[in-house]
Design a binder for this molecule. Structure first.
Ligand SMILES: NC(=O)c1ccc[n+]([C@@H]2O[C@H](COP(=O)([O-])OP(=O)(O)OC[C@H]3O[C@@H](n4cnc5c(N)ncnc54)[C@H](O)[C@@H]3O)[C@@H](O)[C@H]2O)c1
Ligand SMILES: [Zn+2]
Ligand SMILES: [Zn+2]
Length: 416
């Protein structure tokens, strides 16, 4: 038993006090774990775009003050009552969506949407007593997706903790706790491309590139990467992406259209230009222009597509660019809470399938130790996803890198 077991731990945590304001490193109190909970010492954490969305809280429910963070690796410090399969010293990855091992979803081979522990982005407290384990001078600080890894110590439900090989370097495998497993699993477990098929990946951040990596592992013949940020394309070559499309390159008709003398035509032209401007600036939904580009590139559409952007336009494009008859599109990006998916029902009647996934359909406790082994056996490379590393005191830099589109994954060292 550790010397701190059963006691409140005072440690550093990065607190998001308000939407969009830099995190502040504070001394927090972390209460001991309660029934079916474990307290973890976080050694490394990384920033995923989902943290950024909930920090910005532009299209999401604002819950503040909050300790964000959900991609991490650490060591069990102490366990609460009823925890039998973890002990102090175990090496673990906390996961934002859990596995109780008892509910119909956990018992089904087809789902990882545990009834008890599935992702809940609005809840800021622990399940057992509806309270937070974090506080500053007695004032509660809310949790985030049951993990809150931007803290030296955190309390997590035992069902949200994957016990892994203690030999695995936590500064690398921590990224399997969300983004990389999500992208990889979205392709291998959900889209399931057959050898020789074509795959489109929308969004070439870490999640999308992990999806591309899955496509490469599955033997895809063509991997088409779509991103608005052209600097992503060079990087994506390392991940087996063979062709690139930037939807912004397809705005040329706006400039090329000449006005006709007839005034009705002129009004139509102006409306078209306004519509095009709104699409390019993400003010309204895409009209499928880039879908047509992909459909033309592939003689009828890609066999599989994965959307890893969080943009509703990209989600619609990802669905509409798959081949009729057999094409499957998988949504991975986290939408705004008011987004609505609009497409013509005939696209479904024509034999296209639309799916979505959290955490690449992996069950965290059952499957993630095996994904870590893939890294240990050199079947899966993680180093190429890690573009930056900062100390905990510099955590706001990780946000800047992601917002500027410069980083894939930035590792945050908790000892710094
Ligand atoms: N479903 C899950 O379980 C799960 C898990 C992790 C992350 N996510 C989500 O996956 C998405 C990607 O996460 P990430 O950490 O890789 O983010 P990221 O910011 O590193 O990458 C996103 C990429 O998408 C590109 N992009 C944005 N809008 C686009 C558009 N309309 N068309 C083409 N490209 C566009 C950006 O330029 C960027 O390169 C986010 O929405 C995140 O919230 C989902
Ligand atoms: Zn994530
Ligand atoms: Zn369950």
């Amino acid at each position: 038993m550790s010397s701190t077991a059963g006691q409140v731990i005072r440690c550093k945590a990065a607190v998001a006090w308000e939407a969009g304001k830099p995190l502040v490193i504070e001394q927090v109190e972390v209460a001991p774990p309660q029934v079916n909970e474990v307290r973890l010492k976080i050694l490394f954490t990384a920033l995923c775009h989902t943290d950024v969305y909930f920090w910005e809280a532009k299209g999401q429910t604002p819950v503040f003050p909050r300790i964000l963070g959900h991609e991490a690796g650490g060591i069990v410090e102490s366990v609460g009552e009823g925890v039998t399969d973890l002990k102090p010293g175990d090496h673990v990855l906390p996961v934002f969506t859990g596995e109780c091992k008892e509910c119909p979803h956990c018992l089904s081979e087809e789902s990882n949407m545990c009834d008890l522990l599935r992702i809940n982005t609005d809840r800021g407290v622990m399940l057992s007593d509806g309270k937070s384990r974090f506080s500053i001078n007695g004032k509660p600080i809310f949790h985030f997706v049951g993990t809150s890894t931007f803290s030296e110590y955190t309390v997590v439900h035992v069902g949200c903790v994957a016990k892994i090989n203690p030999e695995a370097p936590l500064d690398k495998v921590c990224i399997l706790s969300c983004g990389i497993s999500t992208g990889l699993g979205a392709t291998l477990n959900v889209a399931k491309p057959k050898k020789g098929q074509s795959v489109a990946v929308f969004g070439l951040g870490a999640v999308g590139l992990a999806a591309a990596e899955g496509a490469r592992m599955a033997g895809a013949s063509r991997i088409i990467g779509i991103d608005l940020n052209p600097s992503r394309f060079n990087e994506a070559k390392k991940f087996g992406v063979t062709e690139f499309v930037n939807p912004k390159d397809y705005d040329k008709p706006v400039q090329e259209v000449g006005f006709k003398k007839n005034s009705l035509n002129m009004i139509i032209m102006i409306l078209e230009q306004v519509h095009r401007y709104m699409i390019i600036n993400n003010i309204c939904a895409d009209d499928g222009f880039d879908n047509q580009v992909i459909v033309e590139m592939t003689n009828g559409g890609v066999d599989r597509s994965l959307e890893c952007t969080g943009s509703i336009q990209a989600m619609i494009s990802a669905f509409e660019c798959v081949h009729d008859g057999w094409g499957v599109a998988v949504l991975v990006g986290v939408p705004n809470k008011d987004d609505a998916f609009k497409t013509h029902p005939m696209k479904f009647l024509d034999g296209r399938t639309l799916k979505g996934t959290f955490f690449g359909n992996y069950k965290p406790r059952t499957d993630i130790p095996g994904v870590v082994e893939k890294y240990m056996n050199k079947e899966l490379e993680l180093e190429k996803f890690i573009t930056h590393m900062v100390s905990f005191s510099e955590i706001n830099k990780a946000f800047d890198y992601m917002l500027k589109g410069e980083s894939l994954r930035c590792i945050i060292r908790m000892d710094g």
